[in-house]
Design a protein around this ligand. Structure first.
Ligand code: LLP
Length: 413
């Protein structure tokens, strides 16, 4: 069995015992399945097999070196959102030609570094940014490879905090302005327009917004071709949703069909920037119950040793993550409000969850935490970042050790 599965009343990851990992490494701890990441990557790659494509894993989802390396080993490129993610990508073995540089606010030093490296593309977000890239390229005698990120004014219908495609959102260039930018490129010799880019949001759970943005990219590419401007590829972004609650969401094949259906007749390769869909289901955050508090007329509180500092998604987006006992003994069920130890009432990991009666010391697994989990962890309350463990074929190893207070204080005087 790959991924997280029950065997003899115990939750395993790729055959490794979560109890044994928690005992050896302590809790809270992130545990990842290599097999699930590989399977998701292959599934996505096969879904797009009918069209030349390159997968650029969005490092923001989880850029722990070993995970970046694993994806590179599968043939992935990278989507980096800061100069620091570019550097992590390089240390994980990606070469600049494998890296697209995305993000709405790139500082001058970041742009200078990206131009000097010669990344596959700087995905430009505004006319001002394009001018800054041009000035840097001019000054250094480089020709900067750029993609223009379009703001298609498409509603991703995801959580408003992670929807990026509407004109009220800060992302991309409006279509009218993009047309003017394209026209201006004829005499801007330090810039090479290699692609157009869209990304309308994350955790998109219907194919329609993705299909509409692919249609728009296809239309713009065709119009540019008419004008004699040949692109190298089309960057259709990421955003494919996963099922957090076990309910149905489109498969990677459904998303691929929606995109490829719109690209018929377009003879350009595509770039994809998936993050969550590759690593989200591959991770669980394993935590221990440290207190139980009864209250009248409502769920009992189960206080665990992980909260919004380790996994911010429930507090920030009211996101749902399944919570499962690591050893689901046959005890009667009770209803719990599973909360973290942080000094805020928003620090709730799961509301009104029915779980076999918990006892202090029990382990729980918070599922589908491979994406935007450890990557968004913080040191609030001076809590050290949790360690991360990668399981491969039943064997596990620590890929990031637990942070210590000395690590934290080393930066202070
Ligand atoms: N490309 C661009 C330009 C992006 O901004 C993002 C995500 C991706 C690709 C990857 O999207 P994915 O395939 O992972 O959906 N912290 C939030 C998610 C923020 C996503 C930000 N951008 C969460 O925990 O749900």
């Amino acid at each position: 069995m790959i991924g997280f599965s029950l065997s003899h009343d115990e939750l395993l990851c790729d055959g490794a015992s979560l109890t044994a990992i928690a005992e050896a490494v302590g809790t809270p701890v992130y545990v990842y399945s290599s097999a699930v990441m590989r399977a998701r990557y292959r599934e996505l790659d096969e879904a797009f097999a009918d069209h030349p494509h390159a997968i650029h894993y969005a490092l923001k989802a989880n850029s722990t070196l070993a995970i970046a390396r694993l994806l590179r080993g599968l043939g992935s490129g990278a989507d980096a959102n800061s100069i620091w993610e570019i550097e992590v990508a390089r240390r994980a073995g990606f070469v600049p030609a494998d890296i697209v540089f995305t993000g709405v606010g790139k500082s001058l030093p970041e742009l200078e570094c990206a131009v000097a490296l010669g990344v596959k593309a700087i995905n430009v977000e505004s006319s001002g940014e394009l001018a800054r890239v041009e000035a840097i390229a001019d000054r250094t005698g480089a020709v900067a490879r750029v993609a223009i990120r379009l703001n298609p004014d498409i509603d991703a219908r995801s959580h408003p905090h992670i929807s990026t495609g509407l004109k009220v959102n800060k992302f991309g260039v409006a279509l009218g302005e993009a047309a003017a930018l394209f026209a201006s490129l004829d005499h801007r010799k330090a810039l090479e327009l290699v692609a157009i880019h869209v990304h309308v949001g994350s955790q998109i759970t219907s194919v329609e917004p993705i299909q509409r943005s692919a249609a728009l990219v296809a239309r713009v590419a065709a119009a540019l071709k008419q004008l004699g401007r040949r692109l190298e590829y089309l960057d259709v972004g990421g955003g494919f949703g996963i099922s957090y609650d076990g309910g149905e969401v489109p498969t990677l094949t459904d998303y691929a069909a929606a995109i490829l259906g719109e690209l018929r007749g377009i003879d350009l390769p595509i770039v994809l920037e998936p993050g969550r869909s590759l690593v989200g289901p591959a991770g669980a955050l394993v935590a221990r119950v440290i207190d139980l508090k009864r209250r009248d007329g409502s769920s009992e509180f189960a206080v665990i040793d992980a909260g919004m500092t380790e996994l911010m998604r429930p507090a920030l987006y009211n996101a749902f993550h399944r919570i499962e006992p690591v050893q689901p003994r046959s005890r009667p069920e009770r209803q719990y409000e599973v909360v973290g130890p942080v000094c805020e009432s928003t620090d709730v990991v799961g509301r009104d969850r029915r779980l076999p009666r918990l006892e202090v010391g029990d382990l729980v697994a918070i599922r589908d935490a491979g994406a935007y989990g450890s990557a968004m962890a913080s040191n609030y309350n001076r809590r050290p970042m949790p360690p991360e463990v990668l399981v491969d074929d039943g064997a596990w190893r620590i890929i990031r050790r637990r942070q210590t207070l000395d690590d934290l204080l080393a930066m202070e005087s």
